[in-house]
Design a protein around this ligand. Structure first.
Ligand code: DGY
Length: 322
């Protein structure tokens, strides 16, 4: 038996990260395409010194206890960690690592892609051709909304919100943001005006969500807040599905109280195929691909590996959740 730390990697992560882990640890990898069922994870995690997980696993007190008291670190290959019971980890003295920074640009790109896709009806237009509806150039067909001169409201002006702001400036959007913890000078430097949420919702032509999912933000976008938005507005969510009450979103879209929505994240994931949102032409839904570029996923895997290895060897984690 090797005397290397024993670790469980819950998904097949990019080789760049896995190789680092293999060099320092005795690794068990769950290599199936689908995530391991929770009951299976309870078995696999037994006796592990470290856990490298992703957002598809529920990491709760039961799982930490199933691992045993030797569990030294939980390393999440994502910046968001709402799948992990942080309080339970804290009580047990287990540090949690995440991967901030490396996925900022990729995620901001997807927010812009959704903004353009919904405002200019890109997916509808592709379908228009595919279904044989394109007969001629038509002066009044498939008209969308402009970005230049319109107002983009960012809910959250952290790393990703700021990266979206930088991109949006290039499209000549006016920028406002609601972000209680953002220093005004940082917003100002990006040409963003910090405002109250009520004002943002009533003023923005496009609203883009960049806040983590937690008790304060769950269903932040609900029937009431949707009603505050302009009927001509478009909602973009690349954060977490749980920030939006999807039922209320469907009702608003169906009733013409909102122009459209672009979602990279849903609740649940995957979105069930019979979800009525999938039937709306003014909604674009992606399968949570915000960070899905090769370079970004490689970097996330390497960062998660570094956090894991630091944790099992008793070092401070390079990026630890506070
Ligand atoms: C994250 O890192 O939280 C992203 O959602 C993964 O794409």
């Amino acid at each position: 038996m090797s005397n290397q730390p024993r670790v469980l990697v819950t998904r097949l992560i990019p080789e760049a990260g896995l190789e680092r882990v293999r060099q320092a640890c005795e690794v068990t990898v769950w290599a199936e395409d689908m995530p391991a069922p929770y009951e299976r994870l309870l078995d696999l995690v037994k006796g592990m010194d470290g856990l490298l997980c992703t957002l598809t696993e529920r990491i709760d007190a039961g799982l930490m206890d199933a691992a045993g008291p030797q569990l030294k670190v939980i390393s999440q290959m994502a910046v968001g960690y709402d799948n992990i019971d942080v309080a339970a980890a804290r009580t047990r003295g287990i540090p949690i690592g995440n991967t901030p920074g490396v996925l900022t640009d990729a995620t901001a790109d997807i927010a812009m892609a959704l903004l353009l896709a919904v405002s200019r009806r890109i997916v509808e237009s592709v379908d228009y051709i595919r279904t044989g509806q394109w007969q001629t150039w038509q002066p009044t067909a498939l008209l969308g909304t402009d970005l230049a001169g319109a107002t983009l409201g960012l809910i959250g002006l952290g790393r990703i919100g700021k990266a979206v702001a930088r991109r949006a400036r290039g499209f000549d959007l006016r920028l406002i943001a609601h972000s209680p913890h953002c220093p005004p000078e940082e917003a100002h430097a990006l040409g963003v005006e910090l405002v109250e949420l009520d004002y943002l919702l009533s003023e923005a032509d496009y609203v883009s969500i960049h806040t983590p999912l937690n008790e304060r933000t769950r269903h932040l976008i609900n029937r009431k807040t949707l009603a505050q938005m302009k009927p001509s507005a478009i909602l973009i969510n690349t954060a977490r599905g749980g920030v939006v009450d999807q039922h209320a979103l469907y009702e608003a879209l169906q009733a013409g109280k909102l122009r459209g929505a672009g979602l990279d994240v849903t609740d649940p994931e995957p979105i069930p195929l019979d979800d009525p949102l999938l039937g709306l032409p003014n909604v674009v839904i992606l399968p949570h691909i915000g960070s899905a570029s090769q370079r970004t996923r490689d970097r996330m895997a390497m960062m998660a590996a570094d956090n894991l290895i630091a944790g099992v060897t008793g070092q401070p984690l390079p990026t630890q959740v506070k």
